[in-house]
Design a binder for this molecule. Structure first.
Ligand SMILES: [Zn+2]
Ligand SMILES: [Zn+2]
Length: 677
C-alpha cells in the first residue's frame, strides 16, 4: 500500500516520496536549518489530476480528518503529519503571519498543561489564539489569585523547558465522550458533541501527560513556544448564560523570541501612557457625564481649545482651496433620508425618528442630503463647477454602548465634511486635489504613519448597498485609476464601502498597530441621480454632476483623540491648550509676571500664571505635569533685566533671554506649526 505521492514545492519542483512521508522529512531533505525554522506546513490540494483518489480508501484517521476539511482550500498541518496524497506543500516559518497564531495556540496548550499540573481539579474549556495572544477558559470553584497566575507562568516556563513533543492521537468519539462525561469535563463534552460527527475518530494532542481535544495544528514541541506570558484574567459565564457556571478566562501572549515579547510589552506600556481617555482626564481635555449619556463627550476648555485650533486650521486651508463653507441643521425630515437612501441602507446606525405634530424628524447620520439641497437651491451652469460645499457638520450615529470609547467612538460627532459637485471630466483632478489636501494636512499635524485602502462593497451582502452593478464598477474603476495615476500604493477591502459607492480610506494605526479610518474620499454617482441634480453644459443641455464626498481631518472627536495619543498629551506649541506657564519665584515678582502675561496674551499666546504662595519648584512641577511647552520663571535678576528664564518641555532649563526674543521665537513656532520646541 505504500504507494508514491508527488509533493509540489513552491519553487516549482516536484518530489516523488513514499506515502506517509512528513513535511518534516521533506524539510530535512532540503536543509536541516529549514526544518528547524519551520513551524507548520501549508498544504494545498493539487487540483484536476485525481491521482490522490486511490488513497481515499485508506481508512486512516488522518484521512477522516481530511474529509472534514474544506476540499481545495489550503490548510495548515503539523510538521509530523503523514502525507497521503499528492499535494502542494509550503513550509511555514516565522516569517509567515500564520505562524505566530500557531505558536500562540500552542502556548494555550502549555498554559492548560501548567494549570492542570498545579490545580488538577480544574476543568478545561477551550484555548484559541486571538489578535494579540491567546486565552484558555477554565472552570474551577476557587478564583485564581495573582499569586496563582505567577505560579502558572513559572510552570509554563518549565513546560516549555521540558520541550515535550505535540503528538496527535485519535480515539473513537463515543469512547472520548464517555471519558469526558465520567470526569465531569462538561465543556469538552459540549465541544466534542458539537464539532464532531457520530461514529468518527476524535483528534487529540498530547504533550507529556497533558492531553487535549484539538484539531491542531501545533508547533512540533513545547520548546518552540519561545516566549510566553500570562497577561490577565476575566470572568465569563459558560456559553454566555448566567444560569451556567462562571468560567475564568486566562489571557496570555506568546512570541517567537523574548525580544519580540519585550517589545510588545513595551508597546503596551506606551499605549497605556498615551491612552487618550486617561490623558483626557489628567489634562482636563474632555469628560463624559452619566447625566448626558455615554458617547456624548463634553469638551472642557483645554480640549475645546485644541478643537477650535483644528477647526480654524482646516477652515482656513479649505478657503484657500476654493471651498465655500455653509451651515445646515443637525436634523431633517425622515423623508429626506428615505429619498437619499440612508433610511433603507443606514437606519440601523441612526437614532430613531421623533414624531412631531404631522412630521417625523431624525437626527442626521450624514451631511450629504443637506449639501445636495444647497446645490439644488439655484440653477447651476458648467461654468460654476466644481461647486465645493464644506461644513464642520455635526452628525449622530447609534453606536452600541459596548464599543463607545472616549473621543474615538462616540454617538455625536462633528465631521470636517465637504461635497464637491463636478462634471465627470473633473473627477480625476478634484480627486487628486483632495489627496494632496489630505497629505498637506497630515504633514502640518505631524502625522506620518498612514496607508491607503480602497473600500469596496461586499458582493455577498448586496442588500447593504445601492443596487446598480454598472455604477459600482464605474466607481471602482474611477478610484483605481485615480490612485494608480497618483502612484499611491493601496490595499483593497471588501465590505468597507459606503452604501452609495466605493471610497478611498486613509488609515492611521495606533501604537498597537490597530488601524482606523480617518480620512475618506468617495466618488458618488448615486445621490446625484437620486436627487435629479443637474447643470447646464456648454452645449446648453442638462447634464448630471458627479459628487465627491470627502473628509480631510476626520471628525473633531476622532482626530483629537488621535493627536492626544500621537503626542502623548505633549502637543506641538501651536496646538498646546496652554502654551506658556509663568512662575514668579516669590510674591514680589508677581507684578512683573502679570505684566509679562498681558504682553504674551496680547501677542496671541495662551498663558497660565501660577501666582500661588507655593515653592517655586512645586509650581514648576505642577505646570510641567500639564505638559506645557514653555515655563518662564521670574526672580529679581529677570525682573531687572526685562528678561525671562526659560524651561523647555523635555529639555529643561535653557537659561535667561529677553522677553522680546522669547516672543519672536514662539511666533516662529506657531507660524511653522513646528513639532519641535
Ligand atoms: Zn490545540
Ligand atoms: Zn457625504
Amino acid at each position: 500500500m505504500s504507494s508514491a505521492i508527488k509533493i509540489h514545492l513552491p519553487d516549482g519542483s516536484v518530489r516523488e516520496v513514499p506515502a506517509g512521508t512528513t513535511p518534516l522529512d521533506i524539510a530535512n531533505s532540503i536543509s536541516p536549518r529549514l526544518a528547524a525554522a519551520s513551524v507548520v506546513a501549508r498544504l494545498t490540494p493539487v487540483s484536476g489530476d485525481g491521482a490522490g483518489s486511490a488513497n481515499k480508501a485508506d481508512e486512516s484517521a488522518e484521512a477522516a480528518m481530511y474529509l472534514a476539511e474544506q476540499a481545495g482550500a489550503p490548510r495548515l498541518v503539523d510538521m509530523a503529519t503523514p502525507l497521503t496524497e499528492d499535494t502542494k506543500l509550503e513550509l511555514v516559518t516565522e516569517r509567515d503571519p500564520e505562524a505566530l497564531k500557531v505558536v500562540r495556540h500552542s502556548a494555550a496548550h502549555v498554559l492548560a498543561t501548567a494549570v492542570l499540573e498545579l490545580f488538577p481539579e480544574t476543568k478545561l474549556g477551550h484555548g484559541p489564539a486571538t489578535e494579540s495572544g491567546f486565552f484558555y477558559d477554565f472552570y474551577r470553584e476557587q478564583p485564581f489569585t495573582p499569586e496563582d497566575l505567577a505560579a502558572i507562568e513559572a510552570k509554563m516556563a518549565e513546560v516549555i523547558a521540558r520541550n515535550e513533543k505535540f503528538v496527535r492521537e485519535y480515539e473513537p468519539r463515543e469512547q472520548a465522550l464517555a471519558e469526558f462525561d465520567r470526569d465531569g469535563d462538561f465543556m469538552k463534552t459540549h465541544f466534542v458533541t458539537k464539532f464532531t460527527e457520530p461514529g468518527s475518530q476524535v483528534s487529540f494532542y498530547r504533550n507529556g501527560h497533558f492531553v487535549d481535544f484539538c484539531r491542531g495544528p501545533h508547533v512540533p514541541s513545547t520548546g518552540r513556544v519561545k516566549a510566553a506570558k500570562v497577561m490577565s484574567i476575566s470572568g465569563a459565564y459558560w456559553l454566555g448564560s448566567e444560569k451556567n457556571p462562571q468560567l475564568q478566562r486566562i489571557y496570555g501572549t506568546a512570541f517567537f523570541s523574548k525580544k519580540d515579547l519585550d517589545e510588545y510589552l513595551e508597546r503596551l506600556e506606551d499605549a497605556k501612557r498615551r491612552d487618550h481617555r486617561r490623558l483626557g482626564k489628567e489634562l482636563e481635555l474632555f469628560t463624559v457625564s452619566e447625566d448626558v449619556g455615554a458617547g456624548l463627550p463634553l469638551w472642557l476648555p483645554k480640549g475645546a481649545t485644541i478643537r477650535r485650533l483644528l477647526e480654524e486650521y482646516i477652515l482656513d486651508l479649505e478657503r484657500k482651496e476654493g471651498y465655500e463653507h455653509v451651515y445646515t441643521p443637525d436634523l431633517a425630515k425622515v423623508d429626506l433620508y428615505i429619498r437619499s437612501g440612508h433610511w433603507a441602507h443606514y437606519h440601523e446606525d441612526m437614532f430613531p425618528p421623533m414624531d412631531l405634530e404631522t412630521e417625523k424628524m431624525v437626527l442626521r447620520p450624514m451631511n450629504c442630503p443637506h449639501h445636495i439641497l444647497i446645490y439644488e437651491s439655484k440653477p447651476r451652469s458648467y461654468r460654476e463647477l466644481p461647486v465645493k460645499l464644506a461644513e464642520l457638520g455635526t452628525m449622530y450615529r447609534w453606536e452600541r454602548s459596548g464599543v463607545l470609547s472616549g473621543l474615538s467612538r462616540v454617538r455625536c460627532m462633528t465631521l470636517n465634511d465637504a461635497h464637491i459637485f463636478c462634471t465627470p471630466e473633473q473627477i480625476k483632478e478634484e480627486f487628486s486635489k483632495v489627496m494632496k489636501l489630505v497629505e498637506r494636512a497630515y504633514r502640518d499635524l505631524g502625522i506620518t504613519q498612514y496607508s491607503y485602502r480602497l473600500s469596496l462593497r461586499d458582493p455577498a451582502n448586496k442588500e447593504k448597498y445601492v443596487d446598480n452593478d454598472a455604477m459600482w464598477e464605474l466607481g471602482e474603476q474611477v478610484l483605481r485609476d485615480a490612485m494608480n495615476g497618483l502612484g499611491l500604493k493601496y490595499k483593497e477591502a471588501r465590505g468597507e464601502a459606503a452604501f452609495y459607492g466605493p471610497k478611498v480610506d486613509i488609515q492611521l494605526a495606533d501604537v498597537m498597530g490597530h488601524e482606523e479610518t480617518y480620512s475618506t474620499i468617495q466618488v458618488d454617482f448615486h445621490l446625484p441621480s437620486q436627487f435629479g441634480l443637474e447643470y447646464t453644459g456648454a452645449d446648453g443641455n442638462k447634464h448630471r454632476p458627479v459628487m465627491i464626498h470627502r473628509g480631510v481631518i476626520s471628525t473633531m472627536e476622532r482626530m483629537t483623540s488621535y493627536l492626544i495619543e500621537l503626542y502623548a498629551g505633549a502637543f506641538p506649541f501651536w496646538l498646546a491648550p496652554i502654551q506658556v506657564g509663568l512662575v514668579p519665584i516669590s510674591e514680589r515678582h508677581t507684578e512683573y509676571a502679570t505684566k509679562v502675561k498681558a504682553e504674551l496674551q496680547a501677542a496671541g499666546f495662551r498663558v497660565e500664571l501660577d501666582a500661588r504662595n507655593e515653592k517655586m519648584n512645586a509650581k514648576i512641577r505642577d505646570l510641567a505635569n500639564q505638559k506645557i511647552p514653555y515655563i518662564l520663571v521670574f526672580g529679581d535678576k529677570e525682573q531687572e533685566a526685562g528678561a525671562v528664564s526659560v524651561r523647555t518641555r523635555g529639555k529643561g532649563d535653557q537659561g535667561a533671554m529677553p522677553l522680546a526674543d522669547f516672543i519672536a521665537r514662539a511666533k516662529g513656532l506657531v507660524g511653522s506649526m513646528s513639532t519641535e520646541l
